[in-house]
Design a binder for this molecule. Structure first.
Ligand SMILES: Nc1nc2c(ncn2[C@@H]2O[C@H](COP(=O)(O)OP(=O)(O)OP(=O)(O)O)[C@@H](O)[C@H]2O)c(=O)[nH]1
Length: 625
């Protein structure tokens, strides 16, 4: 949805910028194609940050973002720019809205796109377009944005600008000569790109005299200032010391401050039509200021919201437990704090016989999960163990009940199951054509259904599949990368639910189920899972004074079995003679060791065994680095 086009912009409100000189744009790119580098270069060229002060990758603020070189939260920067492209030199205001590139954050991407009139489609001239870029390009086209195709990294010897200009032109339907060529690294062509933005991106239109409507495209928690909400004003204006209303939650707050980021926050009197900036209301919880919501004023409220607000639903769940059970209160506190900054996070306490007290956490996807876990460990100093991730299942019972299962332990055992529905996704894979065979094989093995295959150029293909999300969350991406030597890229989008033949596999020690190892898997893969887990536990659990059978079972039916043989462990055996203090010491040492043991029935399992068994089934590392 683009801003209201009914009326041309009327005179700007005092304190606000004339919309005719505003250009709002974003950069869509695959990770590593150079978006942050290009953004930095633009900030330098427009004098917003000077070269000496330029911290590499200014826009990526979070440490984890910088270390991994990925963009998680969107940010917006206002850049003044004097251009000669029109009649004589004109001063323009360019608002660059940084969008996250990863599939987990599609919803955030679509919101930031709606805050713009134009998008730079940035593609690495040595790599060509990738699946995520394509997905984001479609989102930008849907939002009616003016697309400026740009090839980056033309300084690289391996760059093939001719080839990829053809490919880009083919996809967006322009002439290859319209594709700009830049090097974000050396700065070559970047000033020309700024001029093209002025020329091609339409200025925002909206009604200055209408009730205020602004789209929230990001909101972040700041320890000192509370929630900072990033908005794009569509109609009317938002000013300082005014009561604003969040249209989806109906919460109202007074604005303590409005301003623009350039590149540090700068207070302004008001934000008018087409402007991009921030507002601070003193609220402490980002959930009161949700991405996608519309802000209006209490004094002159708008009646219609902008676009459809949608709350991002968690797609993947996992249990997170402190390795040291005493850290549970710290984990709770840390999650409460993270939530202030991450409205997409959901969690509730759960207990596991094997792992103690922890939380069941809902994530948008695997990368989201990794980031959350890493932040908990790094920012809050917690040592955590996570159970294998699972998706959300809907179980229909023969007696008509319907259950939502986000945890294998909730899988019904009473009554007959009629159907189990699992989420499926539409996946798009882009790859050099030579890997087609191995990709199809992988998708088939993961219960995929092929939907199409197209050549983008003579040696690159786009392969489309419908796949169960559960098959992707595990290690699909790693498998895809290793089969294609890292050349394939993947994007997926939720595509509803489908019935599947799923079963819950339990792992039992001496007949006692160990909840942390239960999993919901496809019937065809149940046996393999059972054998793998039983084998692993046999290696990890020390021998006890009695025989311990390890079984994998579906309901009452055992599908795999291993046995740990009995041993009699006599710690005093080493103590010949009668040195009583030495004996006592040894006994105490053994007692210490026992503290870290968990009892499963009569079996003592060291905490480390759980950690080791679960960590090898951990999800793959995220996309890069
Ligand atoms: N040779 C060359 N390298 C570049 C150029 N632009 C970016 N790079 C390098 O490419 C890598 C990725 O660049 P980034 O700017 O971090 O990529 P990004 O698209 O912002 O990545 P995300 O933030 O993860 O989306 C970095 O090592 C950059 O130094 C360029 O024009 N030429």
């Amino acid at each position: 949805m683009s801003p209201t086009t009914a009326t041309a912009a009327s005179a700007p409100a005092p304190g606000a910028t004339d919309p005719s000189v505003i250009r709002n744009f974003c950069i869509i790119a695959h990770i590593d194609h150079g978006k942050s580098t290009l953004a930095d270069r633009m900030l330098q060229l427009t004098g917003v940050v000077d070269e000496r002060a330029a911290r590499a990758q200014y826009l990526d603020r979070m440490d984890i973002e910088r270390e991994r070189g990925i963009t998680i939260k969107s940010q917006a920067v206002r850049m003044p720019y004097a251009s000669d492209v029109g009649e004589g030199q004109q001063h323009y205001v360019l608002n660059m809205i940084d969008t996250p590139g990863h599939v987990d954050f599609t919803y955030e991407v679509s919101r930031s796109l709606q805050a713009c009139e134009g998008a730079i489609l940035l593609v690495d001239a040595a790599q060509g377009i990738e699946a995520q870029t394509l997905a984001n390009l479609y989102l930008a086209l849907e939002a009616d944005l003016q697309i400026i195709p740009v090839l980056n990294k033309i300084d690289l010897p391996s760059a093939q600008p001719e080839k990829f200009a053809e490919e880009l032109a083919g996809i967006i339907g322009c002439d290859p000569s319209d594709v700009l060529r830049v090097s974000a690294k050396t700065g070559l062509g970047v000033a020309e790109l700024l001029d093209e933005i002025v020329l091609q991106v339409p200025p925002p239109t909206g009604r200055a005299d209408a009730p205020a409507r602004a789209l929230i495209f990001d909101s972040v928690y700041d320890t000192y200032r509370g929630v900072v909400t990033y908005v794009r004003v569509i109609d009317g204006e938002l000013s300082h010391r005014e009561r604003v209303l969040m249209m989806s939650t109906k919460a109202s707050h007074e604005t303590l401050e409005v301003g623009v980021i350039s590149p540090e926050p700068v207070k302004t009197a008001a934000l008018g039509v087409g402007e991009v900036g921030y507002l601070i209301t003193g609220v402490k919880d980002v959930r009161q200021s949700r991405v996608g919501d519309t802000v209006t004023t209490v004094g002159k409220p708008a009646t219609e919201m902008l676009g459809g607000y949608r709350h991002p639903n968690p797609m993947v769940y996992a249990g997170l437990y402190p390795i040291d059970g005493a850290d549970f209160p710290e984990l709770r506190e840390a999650l409460d704090k993270l939530l202030l900054n991450d409205a997409a996070l959901t969690y509730e306490p759960e207990t596991s016989g094997a792992l103690g007290f922890g939380f069941r956490i809902g994530f948008l996807g695997l990368l989201h999960m990794e980031i959350v876990r890493e932040r908990l460990e790094r920012e809050f100093g917690l040592d955590l163990i996570s159970t294998a991730p699972n998706v959300v299942y809907r179980v229909r019972m023969e007696d008509g009940r319907e259950l939502t299962v986000t945890n294998p332990s909730e899988y019904p055992t009473d009554g007959k199951i009629a159907t189990v529905l699992e989420p499926v996704v539409k996946a798009t894979i882009l790859s050099p054509a030579e890997h087609i065979g191995t990709i199809l094989e992988l998708c088939q093995a993961r219960r995929g259904v092929q939907q199409g295959l197209d050549y983008l150029s003579e040696d690159r293909v786009e392969i489309r599949y419908t796949l169960p999300l559960a098959e992707i969350v595990f290690d699909f991406f790693d498998a895809l990368k290793s089969r294609t030597k890292g050349y394939a890229s993947l994007d997926y989008d939720a595509a509803g639910e489908e019935a599947a033949d799923l079963v819950k596999v339990d792992i039992l020690l001496q007949g006692e189920p160990v909840d942390a190892f239960s999993a919901i898997v496809h019937r065809d893969k149940a046996y393999a899972y059972g054998v793998m887990m039983a084998g692993k536990l046999k290696e990890l659990i020390p021998r006890q004074q009695f025989e311990v059978p390890i079984q994998a079972a579906i309901g009452a039916r055992v599908i795999a079995r291993e046995t740990i043989r009995a041993i009699r462990k006599d710690v005093l055996a080493k103590c010949y003679g009668g040195d009583i203090t030495r004996k006592r010491k040894l006994l105490e040492k053994q007692k210490e060791g026992k503290k870290r043991m968990k009892m499963v029935g009569r079996v003592e399992v060291p905490q480390e065994a759980f950690v080791a068994a679960l960590s090898t089934t951990e999800p793959p590392k995220a996309e890069k680095k």
